[in-house]
Design a protein around this ligand. Structure first.
Ligand code: SF4
Length: 325
């Protein structure tokens, strides 16, 4: 088998605050092959964005610390790279799109110039005319007429702004695109269009994608693999068919399905999960999901569940110790 494009091994991340240490990631492992889309799902606070920021090496300075693990990109550990090397990797090899397009766009710069800026920085080999041609091409590719390159971000709707952000992120044809809730801030009708466009572009440019979302519906439309995260751990991981069609699941995944009415209509799943994600400064002992789990036993409160692997499908739960649930 060929080497994965991205492989995260036993990654542990903490944030240090005045009050206590926040256990943001507690030993996650993931892998993504070339051309694939991996969905990271879970509620707010599960560690999805921390995972993305760790890959980009953009954790908040001073308070964010990678305590353990490796992040292998094309076989090389990103955690060993210097800041200068990472600046090259960001943009050229790995790009990231954030939830709110306005955090990525400069409000006082024409949108065409913002795409051009990335090309000037990273592609000095291209002539000015080639760079301008590429700006036009990228705008057209995301469905914006090239003539609008002279306009400013405020002249675009939310969905169009996010298209501009995607054009900037893909202008350098990165090998990996990390998209953190890229459609959450958009109207529902626009969300579907933007997601479809991202999938089409990903295929066209042969880019792999790490898609962060709290929405399993989005994952079902887009992803080849899925990692379900809870309290800084991956509690279930597998191919999309394992997660959407498989018979066995982590109780948290079942709870996520239970909050999706359209999926719930055809599948017998549990009702939505009660309670809240635990405080990452004071995580529960044993299984971190036990205070919310309808199957919790005394053992779950004390013992950390082992990882159960069936091919590529992984579930971290004591219930899997029994052959039949
Ligand atoms: Fe629920 Fe126990 Fe499984 Fe945790 S280990 S998910 S508490 S059954």
């Amino acid at each position: 088998m060929s080497e994965p494009l991205l492989e995260i091994k036993d990654l542990v991340v903490e944030y240090h605050t005045d009050e206590a240490d926040v256990h943001a990631l507690n030993g996650i492992s993931l892998s993504l092959d070339k051309g694939e889309t991996l969905g990271l799902v879970g509620e707010t606070g599960a560690g999805k964005t921390t995972t993305a920021l760790s890959i980009m090496r953009l954790l908040p300075k001073k308070i964010g610390e990678i305590k353990n693990g490796q992040i292998l990109f094309e076989g090389e550990n990103l955690l060993d790279k210097t800041e200068a090397q990472m600046r090259l990797i960001r943009g050229e090899s790995i790009s990231m799109i954030f939830q709110d397009p306005m955090t990525s766009l400069n409000p006082v710069m024409r949108v065409g110039d913002q795409i051009l800026e990335a090309l000037r920085l990273h592609r000095p080999d291209m002539s000015k005319a080639e760079q301008q041609k590429k700006v036009d091409e990228m705008l057209e590719m995301v469905g914006i007429p090239a003539a609008r390159k002279r306009e400013y971000p405020h002249q675009f709707s939310g969905g169009m702004k996010q298209r501009v952000v995607i054009a900037i992120a893909l202008a350098l044809e990165p090998k990996l695109l990390i998209a953190d809730e890229p459609t959450t801030a958009l109207d529902v009708t626009i969300q579907a269009q933007v997601l479809q466009m991202m999938s089409d572009l990903k295929t066209k440019l042969d880019t792999s994608m790490l898609l962060i979302t709290h929405d399993l519906g989005v994952v079902s439309q887009t992803c080849d693999k899925v990692a379900v995260m809870y309290a800084g751990e991956v509690v279930e991981y597998g191919r999309a068919e394992d997660i959407f069609l498989g018979k066995q699941h982590h109780p948290y995944t079942e709870g996520l399905f239970g909050s999706l009415p359209e999926l719930n209509a055809t599948a017998k799943r549990l009702s939505p999960i009660n309670g809240l994600m635990p405080d990452p400064m004071a995580l529960p002992e044993g299984c971190k999901f036990h205070p919310r789990c309808p199957h919790c036993t005394e053992r779950c409160k004390k013992e950390i569940p082992a990882v159960h692997q069936d091919g590529e499908h992984m579930i971290r739960c004591h219930l899997m110790d029994k052959e039949v649930r």
